[in-house]
Design a protein around this ligand. Structure first.
Ligand code: FAD
Length: 354
C-alpha cells in the first residue's frame, strides 16, 4: 500500500496528526484540463474539492440531497432548525486547528459555550470543560456552505453508476442520464464506505478495502416542546439508558425548546425498519421518563442515519487506486468524526496527481 499515487496500489496509512506533513508535501499545481468528479458534498467531499480547486483542477461535486453537509447538515423546519447529525466537532490536529481558526475568523464557526453534562443513575457530571467543542454559526450546515463557496456543486443529483468511456469516467444518475457530459479524469467517492463500494465496481481492490469497514446506525428524534423545561444544560450524554445516548436542548425566542435526541447504536440497530414517526414517539417518551419532564410536543420527527458511525476506521488517510484513478474518502478512513472526514478529503485533494 503506497501513498504516493504512482502505482496501482491503494494509498495512505498515517495517523491524524501526520496529515499536516502530507499537506505540506502537496503534489503541486493542476490545470483545468484535469477534470475531477467528487461524489458527495459532506465535509470530506467538500474539503477534497476545495483543495483540488485551489490547485487549479476543474472540479464538479455531485450531491444527492438538496443541501450540502451530509451527516453534518442542518434540517430546516417550520419549527426551527435542527442539527440532526453532528452537533459539534472537536479539534485534535494542528492542521485542522488552523482551518477552524479561519472559520472562526470568517464568523461561520464558534466555540460551543453551553453547559454539557453526563448523567448516570443519580450522578450528574459537568463535562463542559472536558473538551473544546465547536459549532457552525446558524447550524452545522454553515460550514459546508462556507467550504463549498465558489465550487461547482450540483445538488439533488444522485449518482447511480460510473462507467469507463475511453480514458475517462462518465457518471450516470439514477435515470441513467449523464449529469455532466464530457467525462472526468478522476472520480472521488466521498460517502460512507458501504455506499462507495457500490459505485466502485470497476476498482475491485478498492472495493475489497471499502468492504472492510462496518457501520452502526443511529436514530435521531427532533422535538419542539411548547414550554420550557427549566433545564440549564445544552447537551447531555446519557450513560445509563437503553435507548438514549445523547440529548441536546436549545431555547427558542418564543419560550419553547428544540431538542435533538440520539439513540444508542444497539437500540437503533434493532429498530432500523421501524417507522420514523414511531421512533420519534418512543424517543420522546424515553426523554420524558429519563429526565422526569412532562411536555407536549409541538413538532416531532424521526431521522434514520443508516450509516452513522464507522465501527473501526481503516487508519488510512484516504484510498486512491492510481490505475483506475478512483479515490475514496470520509470519516471511515482515519477518524470517525467531522475532523477525520475533513482531513481525509483535504489529504486526497492535496496529493492527487493526474
Ligand atoms: C447522529 C450523528 C452524530 C454525530 N455526532 C458527531 C459529533 O458530535 N462530533 C463529530 O465530530 N462528528 C459527529 N458525527 C460524525 C460526523 O457527522 C461525520 O464524521 C462527518 O460528517 C462525515 O462526513 P463525510 O463527508 O465523511 O460523510 P457524509 O457526511 O456522510 O457525506 C456523504 C455525502 O455523500 C452524499 N452521497 C452519498 N451517496 C451519494 C450518491 N450516490 N450520489 C450523490 N451523493 C451521494 C450524501 O448525501 C452525503 O451528503 C456524527 C454523526 C451522526 C450521524
Amino acid at each position: 500500500m503506497a501513498g504516493d499515487g504512482r502505482g496501482p496500489q491503494l494509498s495512505g496509512a498515517a495517523p491524524l496528526a501526520d496529515a499536516e506533513q502530507l499537506t505540506r508535501s502537496e503534489a503541486g499545481r493542476l490545470t483545468q484540463d484535469f477534470r475531477v468528479a467528487v461524489i458527495g458534498a459532506g465535509i470530506a467531499g467538500l474539503a477534497c474539492a476545495r483543495r483540488l480547486f485551489a490547485r487549479g483542477a476543474k472540479v464538479t461535486v455531485f450531491e444527492q440531497n438538496r443541501r450540502p453537509g451530509g451527516r453534518a447538515a442542518t434540517l430546516r423546519t417550520e419549527f426551527g432548525n435542527f442539527d440532526h447529525g453532528a452537533q459539534y466537532f472537536t479539534v485534535q490536529s494542528h492542521t485542522f486547528e488552523r482551518t477552524v481558526a479561519q472559520w472562526m475568523q470568517a464568523g461561520i464557526a464558534a466555540r460551543c459555550t453551553g453547559r454539557i453534562i453526563a448523567i448516570e443513575g443519580k450522578t450528574t457530571e459537568d463535562k463542559t470543560a472536558s473538551s473544546a467543542r465547536y459549532v457552525g454559526v446558524g447550524g452545522m450546515i454553515s460550514i459546508a456552505r462556507h467550504v463549498s463557496e465558489g465550487l461547482d456543486v450540483r445538488l439533488d443529483t444522485r449518482i447511480g453508476s460510473i462507467l469507463r468511456v475511453g480514458s475517462r469516467w462518465s457518471l450516470l444518475d439514477e435515470n441513467e442520464r449523464s449529469p455532466a457530459p464530457g467525462g472526468f479524469d478522476a472520480v472521488v467517492l466521498a460517502m460512507p464506505s458501504v455506499d462507495a463500494a457500490r459505485l466502485a465496481v470497476a476498482a475491485p481492490a478498492l472495493v475489497q478495502h471499502l468492504n472492510m469497514v462496518e457501520w452502526r446506525p443511529c436514530w435521531a428524534a427532533l422535538l419542539t416542546t411548547h414550554a420550557s423545561s427549566g433545564f440549564d444544560f445544552a447537551g447531555a450524554f446519557v450513560n445509563d439508558h437503553a435507548a438514549l445516548a445523547w440529548v441536546a436542548r436549545e431555547n427558542d425566542d418564543s419560550g419553547s425548546e428544540r431538542w435533538v435526541l440520539h439513540a444508542t447504536a444497539s437500540w437503533s440497530a434493532s429498530r432500523v425498519s421501524t417507522s420514523s414517526d414511531d421512533i420519534a414517539s418512543l424517543l420522546a417518551q424515553a426523554l420524558a421518563e429519563r429526565f422526569n419532564f412532562g411536555f407536549r410536543p409541538a413538532f416531532m420527527a424521526g431521522h434514520r442515519w443508516l450509516h452513522a458511525t464507522p465501527v473501526r476506521p481503516l487508519l488510512e488517510r484516504y484510498l486512491w487506486d492510481a490505475e483506475s484513478r478512483i479515490g475514496a474518502i470520509g470519516d471511515w478512513c482515519q477518524g470517525p468524526r467531522f475532523e477525520g472526514a475533513y482531513l481525509s478529503g483535504d489529504a486526497l485533494g492535496a496529493s492527487m496527481v493526474p
